[in-house]
Design a protein around this ligand. Structure first.
Ligand code: NAD
Ligand code: IPM
Ligand code: MN
Length: 349
């Protein structure tokens, strides 16, 4: 099995290095790693954030372990050359439409949540975010209005096949969990969301065991901090899922804790922390590597048929936290590599 490793920018290489140490320690047979350039790093070296050889590596690989992209020195490049286009391009080119972002409270971190302990402790939810459509991939541009004003525009749309595909992912995920699915949209205002709601409701007929509810996104943002324990699986579009997942991450203690899987119909996947390149702390050894380490566990489980090894990583993370391991985002002083050490020690114990 081949794993493409795409560390990217900022803290991406720092956190990816720790995930690779953990994977190495498991000494899994028949697992090879090949590294590629992506994001700003690829732009500076090759003139493009997603060079053809990186895309080719991603296509050849059985799974992709991704760090983060984003480089402030690239923020004024034409959009097609910006680092973020690399992750968007990989998601689109490989049809990674189903983005699973689990948020579960590690009991040891209940004091790190900005929510009160008794509320935070209830959190065990999964955001299923559509990743190939929405306002992200519609026509966009800058134009002039009739009276000469600059105007930016981004077209939001979903067709019914796109909604049906992600709805099936979400209903199946709910079947493997507590059987509750909440579809989040803005159907009171957006036609895109009305279609979303209609199609999710149609698909629900095929899943009689699942309890489907619908919620407007503004209410969902509020409910996520009021009573996050009410949620089991949330299914939502690309933009709403992006925002709600950063919010959910803080509810469970830190953005440095949330892992993700982005899957195609066959279960091939790209695995990445939900956070970005964190330019404000890059190069300082402060980043929490746990989201990436937990993403590697998801990779073993979903794409590499190594559920037992995935369990071992997750147990080691829990054990390291129980032993008091904390990076700065979790109120501690541990460096990125010291947190890696703590997970390795827990794995060996
Ligand atoms: P960010 O997620 O990079 O950082 C937000 C805040 O969280 C920062 O204060 C950062 O220091 C902190 N943080 C993030 N990850 C952390 C970690 N592992 N440990 C400790 N603290 C952590 O979001 P941003 O600042 O809005 O974006 C920075 C760049 O990253 C931008 O270029 C953006 O486009 C990009 N980005 C990329 C991805 C991706 O590669 N998938 C995701 C989000 C943002
Ligand atoms: C994420 C990021 C990306 C997104 C950006 C970097 C394109 O925020 O993975 O959550 O918006 O999907
Ligand atoms: Mn995001």
């Amino acid at each position: 099995m081949l794993v493409a490793v795409l560390p990217g920018d900022g803290i991406g290489p720092e956190v990816t290095a720790q995930a690779l140490r953990v994977l190495d320690a498991l000494a899994l047979p028949d697992l090879t790693f090949e590294e590629g350039l992506v994001g700003g790093a690829a732009y500076h070296a090759k003139g493009h954030p997603l060079p053809p050889e990186t895309l080719d590596l991603a296509r050849r690989a059985d799974a992709i372990l991704f760090g983060a992209v984003g480089d402030p020195t690239c923020d004024n490049l034409e959009r097609a050359l910006r680092p973020e286009q690399a992750i968007l391009g990989l998601r689109k080119e490989l049809t990674l439409f189903s983005n699973l972002r689990p948020a579960k409270m590690f009991p040891e971190l209940a004091e790190d949540s900005t929510l009160r302990r008794e509320i935070a402790e209830q959190i065990d939810l999964l955001i299923v975010r559509e990743l190939n459509g929405d306002v992200y991939f519609g026509e966009k541009g800058m134009r002039q209005t009739a009276d000469g004003l600059r105007e930016g525009y981004d077209i939001m749309s979903y067709n019914e096949a796109e909604v049906r595909r992600i709805a099936h992912s979400a209903f199946k995920a709910a079947q493997a969990r507590r059987g509750l699915l909440c579809s989040v949209d803005k159907a009171n205002v957006l036609e895109t969301s009305q279609l979303w709601r209609d199609v999710v409701t149609e698909v629900s007929k095929e899943y009689p065991g699942i309890t489907l509810s619908h919620m407007y996104v503004d209410n969902a943002a509020m409910q996520l901090v009021r009573n996050p324990g009410q949620f089991d699986v949330i299914v939502t579009g690309n933009l709403f899922g992006d925002i709600l997942s950063d919010q959910a991450s803080m509810c469970v203690g830190s953005i440095g804790m949330l892992a993700s899987a982005s899957l195609d119909v066959n279960g091939k996947g790209l695995y990445e922390p939900i956070h970005g390149s964190a330019p404000d702390i890059a190069g300082q050894g402060k980043a929490n590597p746990l989201a990436t380490i937990l993403s590697a566990a998801m990779m073993l489980r979903f794409s590499l048929g190594q559920a037992e090894a995935a369990d071992r990583i997750e147990a080691a993370v829990a054990k390291a936290l129980a032993g008091g391991a904390r990076t700065a985002d979790l109120g501690g002083v541990m460096s990125t590599s010291a947190m890696g050490d703590a997970v390795l020690a827990a794995l060996a114990a």
